[in-house]
Design a protein around this ligand. Sequence first.
Ligand code: KG4
Ligand code: ZN
Length: 349
Amino acid sequence: MLILGIDTSCDDTAASVVEDGTRIISNIVSSQTDIHKKYGGIVPELASRRHIEMIWPIVDEALKTAGAKLEDLSAIAVCHGPGLIGSLLVGCSFAKALCFSKNMPLIAVNHLEGHVFSCFLEEPRPNFPFLSLIASGGHTSLYRVDGFRRYKELGRTRDDAAGEAYDKVAKLLGLSYPGGPVIDKLAEQGNPKAIDFSRPYLPESLDFSFSGLKTAVLHYLRAEVQKSKSAEVVEIKTSELPDYCTSALVKDIAASFQACIVDVLVRKTEWAIRKEGVRSVTLSGGVSANSELRKRIKEMGEERSVEVFMPSIQLCTDNAAMIAAAGYHYFLSGNFAGMDLNPKAYLPL
Ligand code: KG4
Ligand code: ZN
């Protein structure tokens, strides 16, 4: 059974054809990074305009790559939230129009549910129940997953998401957008113990809070700039790869900031494992592409004899294969959306 997945929740226009919820036949993602990076973050209006331009070419490419026609599809699964409302509207309107014109079933998938199901697109696949850590640009949450549509939220961010913290700190350091991959690379050359940023563990809670960390980085950077005023450490500015980004200071800040984020994500996941008594953990969302997080969560799994499932890098960040994978379960349970489907910026799982 072939399902076409569509995701336009944020700044990537994505379409994918997936067979039986597990086998990727095509997976096309058109990134808008070049449009947004000069602003150091996503500009919602520009994102929706670009989605309008790209949606048809990307869906067409996904179908052509899969060697499939619209008539070969069993359904179209579209992400209807959470996300940027203007962006979501493009994907939802497009999916509705296609389904209406071809008299095809429409399926509405929550973006976070898509991230959970990204772990089913590759071998080995997790068995229920499992713990799911979703860390992305918009979300940082821990769920207990007992089955399809049986999700229990254990904790969530109270302010910034982990990816958002990466992006904001990268901006402070004058690095390019998105910040996660750049900081990940720079951190390899820095000392993670150089700066002892305090860990926001929020005792007794599985919630997260990363906005204070961003402020701590800002204060640290200001103090360093004040202290040095040297040619190497210049004013805080946002431009692409400024001179000081090669300095040891930026590398140490990147490594120390990343160590803090990873410590918190891993520790909270450990707490949740202990609390829920589950033996499997999945990691998904853009931040799960992070090399240090992947390494540390794997080590934690080995220490605790817990199985860890991480999608390969291209399935960590936003894609539509994950939407089709979750959509397959909606299809099996006969759970279809109507032509009155409206996207929602805020949509809890
Ligand atoms: O899941 P995603 O593609 O979109 C959302 O649903 O938000 O996640 C994007 C986020 C961005 O904040 C980006 O900086 C972060 O994931 N990210 C990373 C890495 N690659 C992407 N963060 C840390 N390390 C990475 N290697
Ligand atoms: Zn996402």
